[in-house]
Design a protein around this ligand. Structure first.
Ligand code: NAD
Length: 443
């Protein structure tokens, strides 16, 4: 099949590479000429395990190409995937300007039947708005060409994007058209050989499914933040509680790790956007609002723990920070807890000495050169001459640590662990003051 993908971000590029990898001919279009030039030179603008080799192999095989030319992109595929960003607007709702611009582009250049596939996360009713935009643009050209719009939300996780795309639990397609069902079945056929995981449903249900899934996962995380904070105050160990509740199959172990809050490009904005959608239909989504505010508070706990450990005086202190990305295996720092912490530390006059295996470039891009931020080449250098250590991201390489060595490096033996990587007893026995999340230690 010939497939066009608008947007070469995390979702667009992974979708394009994976669909090319199973034999489709894919053309990826982006308005960012720099990004396209780098992709054409075989360089991957984001870090995502396995993506670079997959892109390079499929470009070499002639199945994957890149362009900034909208006319060429629209002419190429029968399926036109929209995988552009839907960032939050000022009021928290999803900003659809990029999605609707692509719809207009398609309307302007199409000259035969197209299926417009919404892969971006978009509020309920967006397919109708895309349809209206294409119709209006066609009318302005004096054309009345046939086209369809369907919803195909993406559930991949950054850091495991290829695995999720190729072996996801389900593929959701919102459409009532049999013709579209046939084309989408053909597109995804290589992924549904072992079991039928292609689920067709109404467009609005598909659009809402994506928000409901993310809001449910965010709810689990905020719920555990609440339990962890309670455990801390009650002198209970939340890790034992986690194991205790996770063993119930109705609850399960996934997404109940207590920590310093969720970040990333999806949960914060999608929870907010769904709450906004609720407000638009005069429904007070109390749970969603609480999920969001619990998370905001949780992202501030690392700073609060540090401030207490230093009796409220962090001015002039150097804090070692391990982990900048919002989670391991990605370089994404959008809404990362590390940012809340760093910004609070700078506000208090402290200096940050940070290391992340993948997000250093992104951190430099976000914050530029500044005196109170030193980015170092490994985790050892990060603690050299520091007063305390904070762990924000649970990268594998942070999971083992010589605590006696660490004690010698730090001016104050304070370790604040936002991901509960270690056994408190072991760390404390090495003479360190260890503050994790919800482990019976109220600081
Ligand atoms: P991103 O910001 O990484 O990439 C978006 C890309 O779209 C950018 O390269 C941008 O230049 C490009 N773009 C903007 N306007 C364009 C246009 N008119 N034509 C062509 N390209 C254009 O975004 P992302 O993280 O890939 O997310 C895309 C969508 O997928 C969002 O709606 C997001 O909520 C959703 N989503 C993201 C994830 C994730 O983990 N990142 C997972 C599931 C769903």
């Amino acid at each position: 099949m010939k497939i066009t993908i608008f947007g070469t971000g995390y979702v667009g590029l992974v979708t394009g590479a994976c669909l090319a990898d199973v034999g489709h001919d894919v053309l990826c279009m982006d308005i960012d000429a720099g990004k396209i030039a780098r992709l054409e030179a075989g360089e991957i603008p984001i870090f995502e395990p396995g993506l670079e080799s997959m892109v390079q192999a499929n470009v070499a095989a002639g199945r994957l190409a890149f362009t900034t030319d909208p006319a060429k992109a629209v002419a190429f595929g029968t399926l036109q995937f929209i995988a552009v960003g839907t960032p939050p607007d000022e009021d928290g709702s999803a900003d659809l300007k990029y999605v609707l611009t692509v719809a207009e582009t398609i309307g302007r250049h199409m000259d035969d039947y197209k299926v417009i596939v919404d892969k971006s996360t978009v509020p309920v009713g967006t397919a109708d708005r895309v349809r209206d935009m294409v119709t209006k643009t066609l009318q302005a050209r004096g054309e009345a060409l046939d086209f369809d719009v369907c919803s195909n939300p993406e559930f991949l996780k950054e850091g495991a994007a290829i695995e999720d795309f190729t072996h996801g639990a389900r593929i959701i397609v919102g459409t009532e058209s049999e013709r579209v069902q046939g084309l989408m079945r053909e597109c995804y056929a290589p992924y549904i050989r072992r079991q039928e995981k292609l689920m067709f449903m109404e467009v609005r249900a598909a659009e809402l499914t994506k928000y409901a899934a993310n809001a449910m996962l965010a709810t689990k995380i905020s719920f555990m933040s609440e339990i962890a904070n309670l455990a801390e105050r009650l002198g209970a160990d939340v890790e034992q509680v986690r194991r205790g509740i996770g063993s119930d199959p109705r609850i399960g172990y996934q997404f109940i790790y207590p920590g310093c809050g969720y970040g990333g490009s999806c949960f914060p904005k999608d929870v907010q956007a769904l709450a906004r959608t609720a407000a638009d239909v005069d429904y007070r989504a109390e749970l969603l609002t609480a999920v969001e505010s619990v998370n905001q508070r949780q992202k501030q706990t690392l700073f609060a723990k540090l401030a207490q450990a230093f009796d409220g005086d962090l001015a002039g202190k150097t804090i070692a920070l391990w982990g900048l990305a919002f989670k391991p295996n990605t370089d994404d720092m959008r809404d990362a807890p590390s940012r809340t912490l760093m910004e609070a530390l700078w506000g208090a006059g402290a200096r940050v000495q940070a290391y992340d295996p993948e997000a250093m470039k992104e951190c430099r891009r976000l914050y530029g050169e500044r005196d109170d931020l030193v980015l170092v080449g490994d985790r050892i250098q990060a603690v050299k001459g520091a007063d305390a250590l904070v762990i924000c991201t649970e990268w594998k390489e942070f999971r083992t640590l010589d605590f006696a060595w660490l004690k010698q490096q730090l001016a104050m033996p304070v370790v604040v662990d936002g991901r509960n990587l270690f056994e408190p007893e072991i760390v404390k026995n090495a003479g360190l003051l260890y503050y994790a999340v919800g482990r019976g230690e109220s600081l």
